[in-house]
Ligand binder design. Structure first.
Ligand code: CMC
Length: 428
């Protein structure tokens, strides 16, 4: 609606201010006309962005109360069921589903860039044998910026396209190298006669030149990647946007996203869920564990539960449960699934979780599936990163193309000392 305003009355002065409401939001800079305590304009205070829209975005829509997630308007259920991962990446990056020709060209472009410079192999060999896979991914993607110095030409759309292709093509290669490094296995080079997922799985699991692909597990992995492909302004995407707003190259911006994803409150939750199920150990211990979470004595939250935006069941978790059925039919059921199901059952009935609207999120069941596929717990978040990559790149490009976007530079509420004279060392 045009000319919508919010009237604010300053009780200190009796003055009235009319703040325009545009697209359902007031603009924090409009508060500056109201006097703040130090003579400067009033600022808004929102350290965790609880109620602050940091950008405009046309990529992903979430209705957290209704449990709705859409990529470029398409319901996640339909995309996950019908699309491939590169097709989903194209949709997220370009805004439209590709035609057959467009998909072919995009797939060929990605296929042509799957190799990494051999110095990257040497770089990776420098990590300790037990280096955490996310630390390695973070380092290796940051290092890519030194191999592609042309990537700093971020205002050139053709150049941006090249870096987009490089990132999406090379991350699976690096991720597979990481998997093998941790096992002391020689790296397997990309096979460009295979599809995106097939090539990645082959580079990961091939032994002695052989790997028997399992189409059910490969499709399950592809669906998991699709379910993770974007999730609007989450912590890692905000990191990519924030760091990218300094106009650094996309490899550095994406490595900031990987760093954010590493944390247990974000992508690292999938690893933390498995560790938590290990600690619980048996279905009979679930009630006591839930009580310990509630009274704080467990020293942890219920990992894989809760979400800043979803206040009902995470639609990705619903789909992941279906993927789990198809995977376990191939691999056999992980005994920990029983513990997870019991945790979910109890939590969904318990007033603590119900009243706080804490439901299973995307990370609750994904780890059990990754484990059944043969990935170790500390590697799960790498798989999340492979899925999230198109979203990070699309959000980075959207940020660069937004004429309103300046360098992200928040204000602060200063809580330190007032001015005081310097005290020389011999008088302290
Ligand atoms: N277990 C127990 N209590 C919880 C949990 C949980 N998993 N999550 C939130 N709470 C409680 C929290 O203690 C608080 O209670 P109170 O009002 O009594 O202080 C209330 O619920 C609200 O929590 P909050 O910290 O204000 O919520 P938030 O929106 O800041 O945090 C979250 C969201 C995802 C970080 C949080 O729910 C959490 O830590 N979950 C566990 C970690 C996890 O599974 N992360 C994955 C998130 S989804 C995918 C992704 O982003 O990677």
């Amino acid at each position: 609606m045009e000319n919508e305003t919010l009237t604010v009355v300053d009780n200190r002065t009796g003055r009235e201010y009319s703040l325009p409401i545009v697209d359902g939001a007031i603009r924090a800079p409009d508060l500056r006309q109201i006097a703040g305590p130090d003579g400067e304009g009033l600022v808004s205070f929102d350290p965790a962005y609880l109620n602050t829209a940091s950008c405009r975005s046309a990529i992903t829509y979430i209705d957290g109360d209704a449990g709705i997630l859409r990529y470029r308007g398409y319901p996640i259920e339909q995309v996950a069921e019908q699309a491939g991962f590169l097709e989903t990446a194209y949709l997220i990056l370009e805004g439209e589903l590709p035609t057959e020709d467009e998909l072919q060209r995009w797939t060929d472009d990605v296929r042509r860039h799957t190799y990494v410079h051999t110095n990257i192999e040497e770089f990776m060999a420098g990590f300790r044998y037990d280096a955490h896979p996310m630390g390695m991914l973070l380092g290796a993607v940051g290092a890519l910026s030194t191999f592609y110095p042309d990537a700093k030409h971020i205002s050139d759309p053709e150049n941006r396209y090249l870096q987009r292709v490089r990132l999406i093509a090379k991350l699976p290669t690096i991720a597979a190298f990481i998997f093998r490094h941790n096992r002391g296995l020689p790296y397997v080079l990309p096979r460009n006669d295979l599809g995106y997922i097939g090539n990645y799985v082959n580079m990961t699991f091939e032994i002695g030149g052989r790997h028997e692909p399992n189409p059910v597990l490969q499709r399950a992995l592809e669906i998991l990647f699709i379910l993770h492909a974007d999730h609007e302004q989450n912590c890692s995407t905000s990191a990519v946007r924030g760091v990218g707003s300094s106009h650094v190259d996309p490899f550095s911006a994406v490595s900031a996203g990987i760093a954010a994803l590493y944390g247990p409150l974000h992508g690292g939750a999938n690893e933390a869920v498995l560790n938590m199920l290990d600690v619980i150990g048996d279905v009979k211990n679930v009630p006591a564990f839930v009580e310990a979470v509630k009274d704080g004595s467990a020293g942890t939250r219920l990992m894989g539960f809760g979400h800043r935006v979803y206040k009902s069941y995470d639609p990705r978790a619903t789909l992941i449960k279906q993927v789990a059925d198809s995977v376990f039919a191939e691999t056999g059921v992980d005994p920990k699934l029983k513990i997870a199901l019991e945790l979910e059952r109890i939590a969904l009935e318990d007033d603590y979780f119900v009243s706080r609207k804490l439901y299973p999120n995307v990370d609750f069941y994904s780890g059990l599936i990754y484990k059944a596929m043969g990935y170790p717990a500390d590697y799960f978040t790498v798989l999340f990163a492979l899925g999230r990559l198109p979203g990070w790149i699309a959000q980075w490009e959207e940020m660069l193309n937004d004429p309103e976007q300046k360098i992200a530079r928040p204000r602060q509420l200063y809580t330190g000392s007032a001015e005081r004279p310097y005290v020389p060392l011999d008088r302290r």
